[in-house]
Design a protein. Structure first.
Length: 396
């Protein structure tokens, strides 16, 4: 006889009326997870870079005078990437492997930075194009910065230092002939001509016919190239406001050549440098200036002294400057050669690294400009940094 038996109805243990709700938290968690997953797919689809790109919050400013953005068309530029993009891409891919190193060998003994440097060759060809959201990110960054500075009574000018392939397209490898299209700079200017971007490419192309502004072994402009760029920027400033009517580049009496400044020796290049670096010879002796470096030390140098990016932030005070104006300069290494004419023209400068590639280190330009009571803020940046997203940094 079994020891088990059914309980009488009055003794049966019935489940609690509320026990059915014990699964509710699990159901809620499941639904939340499903919503989160769906939201993730939607977010990823609308934010393919993995980050939300910034946009403009300020109203567009007034365009710069025409003298600041003269017409420029790069020699050899065409529409290969529109007319037959598949063929252009096939040609690029046939050489893709040789573009992945630190540098690429071009024509005339020129070396150029390779693809790991913000897609440098893709940018040179116009293969890399800014998407609409990246264009609006630049528009937002520059428009918002400009609006804040103008509210404080200060000017903002942006000088995009042209890459060597803008002014010397013949330096590119021979296989790129016929593949040059519009660059990111062209895109940005076409989409937002009201941005305070000073386009010095036409001035530099004209000057390059007289003396080289870029050397074979360096991606930066030469010292003379930097002077030409500053001269064009000073002309723009004079047109922008009568307050800057006295801003001028120091006069140049001659241009001399010296041994090229190779930036590729540490990357395995072993050739001999030629006498290809060009420098201005100023008509008047350089003025003394007091420099305060990042470590707080001070020294007296001449305005022709270049401050390396690694020495920044730094301030300069020039005794016999062309003007009594003060400039805040946000820059990268391309600003090294830009320093001498800048320091000769402005009574005081504060030079800081713009850190567009490191958003966590980007300076508060408005606060720094207020600190030194700057009349003008200059953002001087190398052209390939247009592939970055301001406030975000490098994105795929």
């Amino acid at each position: 006889m079994s020891a088990l038996r059914e309980l009488p109805p009055d003794q049966e243990v019935r489940p609690s009326h509320w026990s059915r709700f014990r699964l509710v938290p699990l159901i809620v968690l499941f639904l939340l997870a499903a919503v989160a997953l769906a939201g993730g797919y939607i977010w990823k689809a609308t934010n393919p870079y993995g980050v939300a790109l910034p946009g403009p919050t300020a109203a567009p400013g007034e365009p710069l005078p025409d003298a600041c953005t003269p017409a420029f068309e790069r020699e050899g530029a065409g529409d290969a990437w529109d007319a037959d993009a598949d063929a252009a891409e096939d040609t690029f891919q046939a050489h893709a492997d040789e573009l992945q190193g630190y540098y690429v060998e071009g024509e005339g003994g020129h070396l150029l930075l390779g693809e790991p440097h913000s897609g440098n060759i893709s940018q040179a060809l116009g293969r890399f194009q800014l998407t609409d959201d990246r264009i609006e990110a630049w528009n937002g960054f520059l428009s918002n910065l400009r609006a804040g500075l103008e509210e404080d009574g200060r000017e903002l000018l942006v000088l995009v230092a042209p890459a060597k392939w803008e002014i010397v397209p013949e330096a590119l490898p021979a296989w790129t002939d016929g593949l040059l299209g519009p660059t990111a700079m062209d895109q940005l200017l076409a989409a937002h001509p009201e941005l305070p971007i000073v386009d010095v490419r036409a001035a530099m192309e004209a000057a390059d016919d007289e003396a080289p502004l870029y050397s074979p072994l360096n991606s930066h402009w030469t010292d003379y190239g930097a002077w030409v760029a500053f001269d064009a920027l000073a002309a723009c400033l004079r047109e922008t406001s009568p307050d800057f009517a006295d801003v001028e580049a120091p006069a140049v009496a001659d241009v001399v050549r010296s041994t090229d400044h190779s930036e590729y020796s540490g990357a395995g290049w072993t050739g001999a440098a030629g006498e290809d670096w060009t420098s201005p010879v100023y008509a008047e002796p350089a003025s003394p200036m007091e420099v305060t470096l990042a470590d707080g030390s001070t020294e007296t140098l001449e305005t022709t002294a270049q401050l390396d990016m690694l020495q920044l932030p730094a301030t300069t005070r020039t005794v016999d400057a062309t003007t009594d104006h003060t400039a805040l300069v946000l820059r990268d290494s391309t600003g090294n050669g830009f320093g001498p004419p800048l320091q000769a023209a402005f009574a005081e400068t504060m030079q800081v690294v713009h850190s567009l590639d490191r958003p966590d280190l980007m300076p508060d330009a408005r606060a720094l400009a207020a600190e030194i009571d700057a009349d003008v803020v200059l953002l001087v940046m190398t052209e390939r940094y247009l592939a970055l997203v301001p406030g975000v940094g490098p994105v795929p």
